[in-house]
Design a protein around this ligand. Structure first.
Ligand SMILES: [Zn+2]
Length: 75
């Protein structure tokens, strides 16, 4: 993927710097709060596959979905 970014030129590089900053911030947040093997909400074990795909997750699937809906839809 980095080959594509190189090809895109300087304007893209500026954009990438912005993105890189955001990614760096995310990475730090992830390191400060390492993924847990158990859901912080209900204590259920988080499936290894899920932790592999998203090492920063701290909730099991149902709890994460609940959080997502809570944050997105207000009613
Ligand atoms: Zn849970």
């Amino acid at each position: 993927m980095s080959d594509v970014a190189d090809f895109a030129g300087e304007a893209q590089a500026l954009h990438d710097a912005d993105l890189a900053e955001r990614l760096e911030h995310e990475r730090l947040a992830r390191e400060a709060q390492p993924g847990t093997e158990e859901c912080i909400e209900c204590g259920d074990p988080i499936p290894p596959r899920r932790r592999e795909a998203m090492p920063w997750v701290t909730r099991c699937v149902p709890c994460q979905e609940f959080e997502d809906h809570k944050g997105r839809r207000r009613r």
